[in-house]
Design a protein around this ligand. Structure first.
Ligand SMILES: Cc1ncc(COP(=O)(O)O)c(C=O)c1O
Length: 412
């Protein structure tokens, strides 16, 4: 693994991505949807699958014991990456969506009652909204919304107002908006929510991989992310939850390995994390995720944040110079991170990204699983440009003339 100091050597980074080496004609600006994988992640999963593979927590033969050891080392890497206190606070799931569903369907279902409220921000992704709407239908809980201003900043008085109602038991807030690239002040939100007696769940699907985090410093109660955004594989995600919360929560799914004992007339669940990991877990993916997180740490946060800030500057400069294009939310790149979304007068986002795709630019169009946010912004769809470590300023600047060409085609 290569080590980098402060300034990021983007060419060296790019060489580590087989996908980018093979698809030289593509300019991949859709990393908020899913990130390409470095060679070391692919190799680690391949080597494990070829040489060390066995199911975990089951076999007493050496191969299975070693696989279990490697799988648990992955959990330790995640613990250390998130700055969690205990390894058993790290639950492996399928992804952020499953992690957030686990919170709603285990903690929410068991501990919330009719009349209790969950506060959501209009920035949220559907996976942080729908599980709570389901619980609203099932249990009669209330959903209260925290609004944003036109730049996308959360209205702090809105938070204070909903917390004053006295029945908010949990605030669910994104760590980084997958549409506007804005980062709500989660540390302050957590402190304020705790003062009002509410827990806080952070949807960190976009945050992890772009910025360092410490769940202990944040003092959040739940924290969810997916493996495939911070350079790891699909099929794995993480839910961090404080140990005492996990103790009070019933299992989410039933099946093998989540029990201490099964009788004909009942069962006793295992302790966390096994309690929440029914069935065969994502073993190979855990090896990949460990390698991905170590890869990120070897590059270093200063270099990562500096490179991505330069990319966001280039994005704002490029998009800002296109007549008829409107950037949604933040108007300055200084607060934006990871992605920026925009609309173009007279051009449907789908038509525009279709034409850009024909030129090799991969950008996402649609509501990005954030319909309430789009409704708040007064648009039904937008185009999203998102970046990762392998992108260059040149790639982003090349998008300007391509958008201008596409606008011209759509105007004729
Ligand atoms: C902010 C946010 N939350 C949740 C998710 C859901 O992640 P996954 O589809 O990996 O479960 C995404 C995916 O893009 C996201 O951007």
């Amino acid at each position: 693994m290569l080590l980098f100091c402060m300034a990021l050597d983007c060419a060296a980074i790019r060489r580590q991505f087989p996908f980018l080496r093979k698809q030289e004609h593509l300019i991949y600006l859709d990393s908020a949807a899913s990130v390409q994988k470095p060679e070391c992640v692919l190799q680690a999963m391949d080597a494990f699958s070829r040489q060390k593979y066995a199911n975990v927590h089951r076999g007493l033969y050496p191969l299975s014991e070693e696989a279990t050891e490697l799988f648990e080392q992955s959990r330790e890497t995640v613990r250390s990456f998130l700055g969690a206190r205990h390894r058993d606070e790290i639950i492996f799931t399928k992804g952020t969506t499953e992690s957030l569903n686990l919170v709603a369907k285990s903690w929410g279902n068991a501990l919330l009652k009719k009349g209790d409220a969950v506060a959501l921000t209009v920035l949220e992704h559907h996976s942080a909204i729908v599980p709570w709407l389901q619980l609203k239908e099932e249990k009669g809980i209330e959903i209260v919304w925290i609004d944003i201003d036109d730049q996308g900043h959360l209205k702090r008085d809105g938070l204070t107002r909903v917390l004053k109602k006295g029945n908010v038991r949990l605030v669910s807030v994104t760590g980084l908006s997958n549409v506007l690239g804005i980062r709500p002040p989660i540390k302050e939100i957590i402190a304020e929510a705790h003062q009002a007696g509410a827990l806080v769940c952070i949807d960190a699907a976009q945050l992890v991989g772009h910025h360092p985090v410490s769940v202990q410093e944040l003092n959040c109660d739940f924290f969810a992310f997916s493996g495939h955004k911070p350079y790891g594989p699909t099929g794995i995600g993480v839910l961090y939850a404080k140990r005492e919360l996990l103790r009070s929560m019933p299992p989410f799914l039933g099946g093998g390995m989540m029990i201490r004992e099964v009788r004909r007339n009942g069962f006793t669940p295992a302790d966390a994390p096994q309690k929440f990991e029914a069935g065969t877990p994502p073993i190979v993916e855990a090896i990949g995720l460990k390698t991905a997180l170590e890869w990120i740490e070897a590059i270093g946060w200063n270099a990562i944040e500096a490179h991505e800030a330069a990319l966001m500057n280039a994005a704002y400069e490029t998009l800002g110079g296109i007549p008829g294009l409107r950037i949604l939310g933040l108007q300055k790149p200084s607060d934006a991170s990871g992605c920026v979304s925009f609309v173009v007068e007279g051009a449907h986002p789908h038509d525009l990204t279709d034409l850009l795709g024909q030129e090799g630019f991969c950008l996402r169009a649609g509501h990005h699983c954030a319909q309430p946010l789009h409704e708040r912004l007064g648009v039904s769809a937008s185009i999203r440009l998102s970046v990762a470590l392998y992108n260059t300023e040149e790639e982003i600047r090349a998008l300007g003339p391509a958008i201008a060409r596409a606008i011209k085609v759509l105007a004729t």
